[in-house]
Design a protein around this ligand. Structure first.
Ligand code: IMP
Length: 429
């Protein structure tokens, strides 16, 4: 019985929350392995809507959640999210949530630096979530970050804060932003330490034992392949590796533990934040997709940019992300459109490209090459079998499979958990 890793195949917000929730009901453990509270997963369960940022989605199904070492954890955001879901009736005691002792902590100075740098960039801003994700990962590789385990050692915390503040206050001062005072930071960390530490442990040991016991592990990715710090549209990316290979290193397991890699893609494309988006629509159709698909960021509430399905980009995500099957979401948003376009490649200064080149100038200049396909009139919303779908919608899905070189193994036809067509159970490999 393999494990399953779920990753986004576009620029995020593909509807991972619903698919992860659906798969979580079949898993024993759900693990977050990268990103932080920049992620936003919306889960609709009965008449409750849960908006999760840091907590592994399986908690909603009563499954053990693990926050791996690859995640950057804002401890205040974590406690606030736990309090929020608890007010909705969900319990998150320490035996339901484990946090890696070697996970990096996001402090208020990271958010401050993130926002000050974005402000200084002006029109060239990346459009980050402003939550300090980038600065926290920078501190990790800069070997000056504070980790969850440090909360148990006040002397270590104190010494580390000296180094951290030397670095950050220098930067913040240079950017004309407010600086941070050591004692206040230390006091606030020591204050939350007793609330966080009961969740903290070497999670790799628990995962190793779970694997040996044959328990099913679901790795829940955040953001998406095209926001990957190596493979995405750099520098308009997040600061972590989002591809499935990270599920292993970001949780403390070997690469063979990852199992089946399920990529999630919307039946069209959206993006929040800045950066290239060759198939973006600036017309009435783009506006309609945004309205019908409720395309507003879960975390920041920003309207998402909308466009046609970019098969060239998803094919690249399939290759670099090791995606073995695709879950296609929000097909119903395309219902009633006369004609649809699928981007199959790009032209840049008159030359044809099968994939987006790495250079930002070329990416910004890329024009989509479209293939036109007829739309369908009947509704696909809530379909639970292929027989419920209009023939033309099936044709659209089949064409996507050919172009992205991966089979569609799941089709999601509404936010409701049961409105799903399963072609192949990812847990069966
Ligand atoms: P950061 O992760 O806050 O540094 O933001 C970097 C880029 O990633 C920005 O374009 C964000 O809009 C984007 N981003 C970060 N998290 C998500 C997400 O969960 N969904 C979609 N885009 C995201």
């Amino acid at each position: 019985m393999p494990n399953v890793a779920v990753i986004g195949a576009q620029w995020g917000d593909e509807g991972k929350g619903k698919v992860v929730d659906w798969l979580a009901s079949r898993a024993d453990i759900v693990v977050r392995f990268q990103g932080g509270h920049n992620a936003g997963h919306t889960l609709v369960v009965g008449n409750q809507t849960y908006k999760l940022s840091l907590l592994p989605s399986g908690l909603v199904r009563g499954k053990l959640g693990i926050i791996g070492n690859g995640v950057v954890v804002d401890p205040w955001a974590l406690l606030a999210e736990i309090a929020r879901v608890q007010s909705q009736g969900l319990r998150v005691p320490p035996d339901m949530l484990r946090v890696a002792d070697n996970a990096i902590l996001i402090l208020p100075l990271h958010g401050a630096l993130d926002r000050a740098r974005e402000a200084a960039r002006g029109d060239a801003r990346i459009g980050t979530t402003g939550r300090g994700i980038g600065p926290a990962y920078e501190d990790k590789v800069g070997r000056r970050a504070i980790r969850a385990c440090d909360l148990a050692e006040p002397e270590t915390l104190s010494a580390k804060l000296d180094e951290l503040l030397l670095h950050h206050n220098t930067l913040l001062r240079g950017l004309g932003a407010e600086t941070f005072e050591k004692q206040a930071l230390l006091d606030s960390l020591l204050e939350i330490a007793p609330k966080i530490l009961p969740y903290v442990e070497p999670v790799w040991e628990r995962l190793d034992a779970a694997r040996r016991d044959g328990r099913r592990i679901l790795f829940e990715g955040a953001q998406a392949a095209m926001l990957d710090v190596d493979h995405g549209t750099y520098p308009f990316v997040t600061s972590s590796n989002t591809v499935a290979a990270t599920a292993a290193s970001g949780s403390g397991m070997g690469p063979s533990a990852v199992g089946f890699v399920l990529g999630i893609a919307k039946a069209y494309t959206t993006r929040v934040g800045s950066g290239p988006f060759p198939s973006e629509l600036h017309d009435e159709t783009g506006r309609q997709l945004g309205e019908r698909g409720h395309e507003f960021g879960t975390v920041t509430g920003r309207p998402r940019r909308c466009g046609w399905f970019d098969a060239a980009m998803v094919r690249q995500a399939v290759k670099v992300g090791g995606i073995q099957g695709l879950a296609l979401t929000k097909l119903d948003v395309l219902d009633g459109l006369d004609q649809l376009q699928i981007c199959t490649g790009y032209t840049i200064a008159g030359a044809r490209f099968a994939h987006l080149p790495a250079a930002p100038g070329a990416q910004a200049a890329a024009l989509p090459i479209y293939e036109t396909i007829d739309g369908w009139r009947d509704s696909t919303r809530g379909a639970r079998s292929w027989a419920d779908l209009p023939a033309q919608a099936i044709k659209y899905v089949r064409r996507i499979e050919e172009l992205v070189e991966a089979p569609v193994t799941l089709l999601s036809t509404s936010p409701e958990r049961d409105d799903t067509i399963m072609v192949r159970d990812p847990f069966q490999g």
